[in-house]
Design a binder for this molecule. Structure first.
Ligand code: FPP
Length: 247
């Protein structure tokens, strides 16, 4: 992408991140601090998603990828999982027209078969309705896990080898990502995690090999456009070398 130097050894002047990925953590604690149920925090989190997606054009973020539900999140209580699924359905239904109006192209990554049929239908519809949009590229990770993604990709790759469509000699760092859910996306330049936890929790494992990371204490429902903008400015001051040395 634009921020990745053509020749990593020469480097380029730093610029803003083109692709930002966010682990939106802290909804539960935000709600608990207010004596409210966890779902109250998720609803506040969904409003933040709206604000942050809306801020991307003026902040120069062309790709935004957000972690909404992981393959591990099924371990939460049935009430929380069901509440989140309802929230996702309502969010997509409500925002679909807004996305088209705002020229936002929506994509989903993750393993879809485990999601309920109605939600899958809405996801397909949102992708279809926005597939001509040329503004912000919003990718929502739903029932997503990095290891799961790599396993599914490897299975498809192995099937292609088995039927003779792919020669094992051609399997390399260029070929494998074509089988990932993110095959049309650039790698993230910056990965942000809110709420003070410094882990990546199975998010974009392959894709974030050279990403910059920001772990911040702010809980997701408090993540404003101003906080976002400050992190992006901080990114601009860093030098990314992609394994090369400074000159
Ligand atoms: C992690 O916070 C958050 C989630 C598992 C859900 C993320 C969902 C949203 C932000 C809601 C809306 C999203 C969309 C796309 C409409 P947590 O509950 O683990 O917080 P905690 O660590 O404080 O318990």
């Amino acid at each position: 992408m634009t921020v990745q130097p053509d020749n990593p050894e020469l480097g380029q002047p730093p610029s803003g991140p083109c692709h930002v990925a966010i682990i939106m953590d802290g909804n539960g604690r935000w709600a608990q601090a207010r004596g409210r149920p966890r779902l109250f925090g998720h609803h506040a989190g969904a409003r933040r998603v709206r604000d942050i997606v809306g801020a991307c054009p003026e902040l120069g973020v062309k790709y935004l990828t957000i972690f909404a539900f992981s393959t591990e999140n099924w371990k939460r209580t049935q009430t929380e999982v069901a509440g989140l699924m309802t929230l996702f359905r309502r969010y997509i239904m409500k925002e679909m027209q807004e996305f088209v109006k705002a020229n936002v192209r929506v994509r989903f990554i993750g393993d879809r078969p485990r999601l309920d049929e109605k939600l899958r239908g809405l996801m397909d519809e949102a992708e279809r309705m926005t597939n001509q949009c040329t503004g912000t590229n919003l990718t929502i990770a739903l029932n997503y896990g990095g290891r799961d993604e790599v396993s599914r990709a490897t299975k498809r790759l192995a099937q292609d080898v088995a039927v003779g469509r792919l020669d094992p000699k051609d399997v390399d760092e260029e070929t494998l990502p074509k089988y990932l859910d993110t095959y049309v996306l650039p790698d993230p330049d910056l990965v942000i995690r809110t709420s003070g936890e410094a882990r990546i929790s199975n998010f974009l494992l392959w894709q974030s090999a050279y990403s910059e990371y920001e772990f911040i204490d702010t809980l997701w429902p408090d993540f404003t456009k101003e906080v976002f903008s400050k992190l992006l400015s901080g990114y601009g001051a860093r030098e990314r070398r992609f394994g090369a040395v400074s000159v």
